[in-house]
Design a protein. Sequence first.
Length: 299
Amino acid sequence: MTVAKDIAKEIEGNLISIPYVIGKGIIKTDAKVVVIIFPVYMWGIPLIIERFIKNFEDPNDKYVYAIATHVGMPGVAINILEKASGTGIYAFFLAEKGYDLTATDITPRHIEYINNELNKKTYKMQTAVLDATDLSIFENETFDIVLNMGPFYHLTDMDQREKCMQESLRVLKKGGLIVRAYISRYFVFPYVSTSDSKYLNEQLGEQLYETGTLNHDDPNCFWTDTYYAFPNEMEKYYNEKSIEILDHFAQDGISPMLRKVIDSWNETQFKTWCDYHYASCREKTTIGASNHVMIIGRK
């Protein structure tokens, strides 16, 4: 956003938010020069930019420029660490895009599965059985990007969450990206209580809202050991660590609550739903209504 503002000021142009216009059908402008500015976080051009370009009015009579901001040096393989990789759904996706991946997980059978799958691939990936709170096998500032797509919300102890973050920052290069997914505390109780009325009780609602913590041996446990966070809590935490927040958005919104309806839609209907989500997923007043939320920052 800073780059876009600086360029708009320099050329005396108008600054338009892509998320704001992406859900409004064909995108038209009277401008003769269009500059599209976007970040390349991990896997190339963001999908929202691809959709913007497809929806853009015939650009043949315009000068269209694109400026991509990035971490590290262009053309150099980006080194990514994924903590709590599970069976590698994100790791395999990124490795197939050409990134240098290190996949770790605390569960040996998950890493065994990844290694078995790697035998069928043409690329290589580093793997290790590791606790997300202890990355001592890695040197300081080793990785360009550290992904925490799962460990944060499965650490119910605050000290453990702090260790997870400290280790992530330690092995992350200066200027690198730290990506964290979390489950919103605002979402979880409405979801479980409407999914099964036996969880619609005051004790569970108060517990989830006040503490954000669920343990596997709780009488009202509906999943496993988990910690649910507030969006402003996440932003405050990043600010306290002097991490520059680059993006903060709802990943799936309220879709899990409407999965039966959504699964019944055709491709056109589903695209309409997705376009609306992409246009509104960064709205601060509704981020907390999402199941999963992602916050991306720069060290």
